[in-house]
Write a protein that binds this ligand. Structure first.
Ligand SMILES: [Zn+2]
Length: 144
């Protein structure tokens, strides 16, 4: 990362030097030198833009790596932190494995639904209590 930032600074300096040289060439009215320096400035601007794009991508990857290192998988869902008392989450396994998104799971509506649901991909984790035939019938009857 440090080398890329140094390259970016060098490209910026080279671009400024080329702009200064082109200003001198403009004063001297040397058309061939003006064209060469304009081409040099364009090439340096491309180098600088590429360095910025690579630095941005590296920062994104470093952020993803830090997030991946912070996550622990319990066999069903992800958590941030190792200590049970001080961990955050749970986070959706599918979203994290697919796209490295740490999506917080929401608690189920009641005890008959799986305890955790992802509102992004609709994955559900865990098992709710099984619904007995009597409870199912009772839930279909209008309450009095
Ligand atoms: Zn999800």
């Amino acid at each position: 990362m440090v080398d890329l930032m140094a390259s970016l600074a060098t490209a910026s300096t080279a671009l400024e030097l080329a702009k200064g040289a082109k200003a001198i060439a403009d004063k001297l009215k040397n058309a061939e030198m003006q064209v060469q320096l304009a081409n040099l400035m364009s090439a340096l601007a491309d180098v600088k833009a590429e360095a910025v794009a690579k630095a941005t991508r590296i920062a994104e990857l470093e952020e993803q790596l830090a997030l991946t290192k912070a996550m622990t998988f319990d066999g069903m869902v992800y958590w941030q932190g190792e200590d049970d008392d001080d961990r955050e989450g749970p986070f959706c396994q599918k979203c994290f494995d697919d796209s490295r998104k740490a999506v917080r799971l929401q608690q189920g509506l009641n005890k008959y639904h799986p305890p955790w649901k992802c509102l992004l991909c609709n994955s559900q984790y865990g098992k709710g209590e099984p619904i007995s035939a009597g409870a199912r019938r009772a839930s279909l009857r209008p309450s009095r």
